[in-house]
Design a binder for this molecule. Structure first.
Ligand SMILES: CC(C)(COP(=O)(O)OP(=O)(O)OC[C@H]1O[C@@H](n2cnc3c(N)ncnc32)[C@H](O)[C@@H]1OP(=O)(O)O)[C@@H](O)C(=O)NCCC(=O)NCCS
Length: 436
């Protein structure tokens, strides 16, 4: 065990810097940029702003959830498109919406083990650039045609194709084993846990208000780079474009439900939107940071991943992961100065918080007491994914950065971050403040 309260074996890992692009609604100003371009831009700018010699970077770990068909290894491609030396090795991770949490915890493990001193971890997503697939029948026909001899043979291969076989197939946001979309699953959770529409809209309104305040006070501007917008590069994206300064519960209450149009409660306003963006953090061993005179933003104290049956409640993973991460940290929910919970949907956040406080759930996972209630004044204090946006693989790094910086402002000792993910998985990370 390390000293200074850390309960993780091995060397202590600091987050020394981080940065993100603005998060923009898919199909808007980042529509001509790919995930890898967004990722390379954020890593390049992060290195410049951190003042770190790129030669000191041992590895890059990057996440991408909706894969690009042309660039499959985003981690390595980010290295090759940035100012990092070509000798920097890299790998790509995918744990759905927790992908850049996975990148960061992989980095922390490498650092703890002494395999690396400095790692750039992050994620990027372009939902504007989602791959469009050919149907299975069309793909098989194209392969058959390429193998056929002579023009007649090639034409023959296409003979059995029907018009419907040539229709492009968009990527699905459905859970493969249940066939339900994230939104439909969240709708079921709202119904099973009795999460009212009013509570969802109030939570979403607060997310917008807090994010708008964080922008107005200059907090977010310091962690968000400017990106010149192609194709003419005459304009610059400098701010998240989903955040509404004028959000009201009255306006939210007017929106129609989208995933169950008749009886549902989930709307465009209380869901995270489809978003483009990238985010990255630099993780470093405590002693390396000291040697370089860098002041850590926070330390990664513990983490945990967990999963349940997707057919039960798809987005309740955090309720299972958080107790394990807190146990590993040797801390309780009440010790957390800040809690940052990814907002896939307001119904999902409220469902997870309900289970945090539930005696029945505590008994189910073999605990004497529930984790407890989260003080709303400590929860998602600068807004979350509903207002800021949710470029899947970038969200975890955005949360690590946003929380670590807020810990510094509040001189916070501990913070808990949770992310729900497809496959009914959950991630939880406990951070220590820079003075802890
Ligand atoms: C919910 C979803 C289908 C909505 O998509 P959309 O229809 O493109 O959403 P829009 O942004 O166009 O919003 C629809 C309307 O609601 C309005 N609206 C959205 N948020 C609002 C708010 N906070 N206040 C007031 N109005 C709002 C918009 O202005 C728009 O109005 P208009 O139709 O008059 O232009 C889409 O965001 C989605 O699929 N989200 C879930 C993504 C997901 O599954 N993520 C995985 C989670 S891990």
């Amino acid at each position: 065990m390390a000293t200074n309260g850390s309960t993780r074996p091995g060397r202590r890992t600091a987050i020394v810097a981080g940065l993100r692009t603005p998060f923009l609604k898919a199909g808007t100003e980042f529509r001509d940029l790919s995930a890898v371009e967004l990722g390379a831009q954020v890593v390049n700018e992060l290195l410049v702003r951190s003042g770190l010699d790129p030669k000191l970077v041992d590895a890059v770990i990057f996440g991408q959830v909706v894969p690009s068909q042309l660039v499959t290894l985003i981690g390595r491609e980010v290295v090759l498109r940035s100012q990092l030396p070509k000798s920097v090795q890299a790998w790509t991770v995918s744990r759905a919406c927790a992908s850049s949490i996975q990148a960061a915890t992989d980095a922390a493990d490498q650092i703890a083990l002494g395999q690396a001193d400095t790692i750039v971890a992050g994620g990027a997503e372009s939902l504007s650039d989602a791959p469009i697939f050919a149907s299975r029948k069309l793909a098989q026909t194209l392969v058959a045609a390429s193998r056929a001899k002579g023009v007649a043979g090639k034409l023959q291969a296409f003979a059995s194709l029907k018009l419907r076989d040539v229709a492009p197939v968009p990527p699905a946001l459905t859970e493969p084993t249940t066939g339900l979309t994230m939104g439909q699953s969240a709708e079921q959770m709202a119904q099973q846990n009795g999460i009212a529409r009013e509570a969802q809209d109030a939570f979403s309104c607060q997310s917008h208000r807090r994010a708008a305040d964080a922008w107005a006070s200059g907090k977010l501007a310091e962690e968000v780079m400017h990106v010149a917008v192609p194709p003419r590069y005459a304009r610059v994206a400098a701010r998240d474009n989903v955040v509404r300064d004028d959000a009201t519960v009255e306006a939210l209450a007017k929106l129609p439900p989208v995933f169950d149009r008749k009886y549902g409660t989930i709307t465009a306003g209380n869901s995270s939107p489809l978003t483009d963006g990238a985010a990255a953090v630099i993780l470093m061993s405590e002693e390396k940071a000291k040697a370089l005179g860098l002041k850590p933003l926070a330390f990664l104290r513990s983490y945990a991943y967990a999963a349940l049956d997707p057919a039960e409640q798809l987005l309740q993973g955090p309720a299972f992961a958080a107790p394990v991460a807190l146990d590993r940290a040797g801390l309780r929910l009440g010790d957390m100065d800040l809690v940052d919970m990814h907002e896939a949907f307001a119904a999902q956040v409220l469902s997870n918080l309900q289970w945090f406080g539930s005696k029945a759930f505590a008994a189910r996972i073999g605990r004497k007491e529930p984790l407890g209630e989260v003080d709303p004044a400590r929860l998602n204090v600068n807004g979350g994914s509903i207002a800021i946006g949710h470029p899947f693989a970038a969200t975890g790094a955005r949360m690590l950065l946003q929380t670590a910086r807020e810990m510094g402002r509040r001189k916070a000792a501990h913070a808990l971050i949770t992310v729900c993910a497809a496959g009914a998985m959950g991630a939880a990370v406990v951070l220590d403040g820079p003075e802890t």
